[in-house]
Design a protein around this ligand. Structure first.
Ligand code: ZN
Ligand code: ZN
Length: 299
């Protein structure tokens, strides 16, 4: 796909851009296999995509093969869970050269942390009545992939302890609840360092969905940029236009590139690959013009 398929600056009609740089597959907590995700992207008219499963690149080889078949440009990626100032912060790594250097060990440590965290969540949920919590969450996952909070949420629903996923998070898994185990992730700056050392671009994921005030979000963006982070998701799925404009100003002040993605997990919800709100024309340059990405995204 020639580079001219993607604009070098936002023109204010980004809802129709053929690119999505944040999506999940069955390699983490998504519902579609990497191949099926690529096929759906093709059907949706995308030409460029990043696979960004939680703390792993294990879906990338299958996605790459499918993307080559379908004629899509695939950018390897991952979404790392990190800690900053008491908050659970997600950082997307866009990794044209895949996992290299300290990121390789970092991903092993993330998998270990995820295992320990699942055991701890299970222990806590047993106390609120979910017997055999770990086995039940595994059953919901349906594979050997690392368990996440949605698997426990589904187990709570299946056991009849809560009526739906939303209530599972509200009562047991959301911020500050028993199943909200977060102490095991690396510091934000460390995870950003892994991505940058691997030749990638670190993107602060969905800055509006971390439950921060504007001021605190500014401090997070400062810390992220100071750690070497290069971009942030100006648009993540559908969001309020005023909030987008305000976030855009915060990125401009820090000269961060603007990324965008749906954070797609499963079909049937209100999001599909490529679905997202428009980007204002005043936005900072698109992340695909970053020198580390321009070459691979031009292929
Ligand atoms: Zn996230
Ligand atoms: Zn995500």
């Amino acid at each position: 796909m020639p580079m001219n398929a993607l604009p070098v600056r936002f023109e204010g009609n980004s809802a129709s851009l053929p690119i999505d740089l944040h999506m999940h597959s069955t390699a983490s907590d998504g519902a579609l296999s990497p191949e099926a995700l690529v096929a759906l992207c093709k059907v949706r008219g995308l030409t460029h995509m990043a696979l960004t499963d939680h703390d792993t690149l294990s879906g990338v080889p299958a996605a790459r093969e499918a993307a080559e078949r379908e004629g899509l440009c695939l950018l390897p990626g991952t979404e790392l869970s990190t800690r900053w100032s008491g908050h659970n912060i997600h950082v997307v790594g866009l990794l044209p050269e895949g996992a290299r250097g300290p990121l390789v060990e970092g991903l092993v440590a993330q998998a270990e942390a995820r295992k320990k965290r699942a055991a701890k969540i299970a222990e806590r949920l047993e106390k609120v009545g979910l017997v055999d919590a770990l086995a039940r969450a595994r059953e919901q996952a349906g594979s050997e992939r690392p368990l996440g909070r949605p698997d426990f949420a589904r187990a709570l629903v299946a056991a009849g302890l809560v009526p739906d996923m939303a209530m599972a998070f509200k009562k047991h898994l959301g911020a500050g609840k028993a199943g909200d185990v977060k102490s095991l992730w690396p510091a934000l700056a460390e995870a950003v360092g892994w991505i940058v050392a691997a030749g990638g671009v670190a993107v602060l994921a969905h800055p509006l969905r971390h439950g921060l005030t504007r001021r605190k979000r500014g401090l997070l963006l400062d810390a992220f940029r100071d750690a070497g982070g290069q971009a942030a998701e100006l648009v993540s799925g559908f969001q309020n236009a005023d909030a987008t404009r305000d976030l855009s100003r915060q990125l401009q002040e820090r000269e961060l590139y603007a990324s965008l993605g749906s954070d797609f997990h499963f079909p049937g919800g209100h999001l599909a690959p490529g679905s997202m709100s428009p980007v204002p024309r005043t936005a900072t340059p698109p992340v695909w013009t970053h020198p580390r990405l321009a070459a691979i995204l031009a292929l």
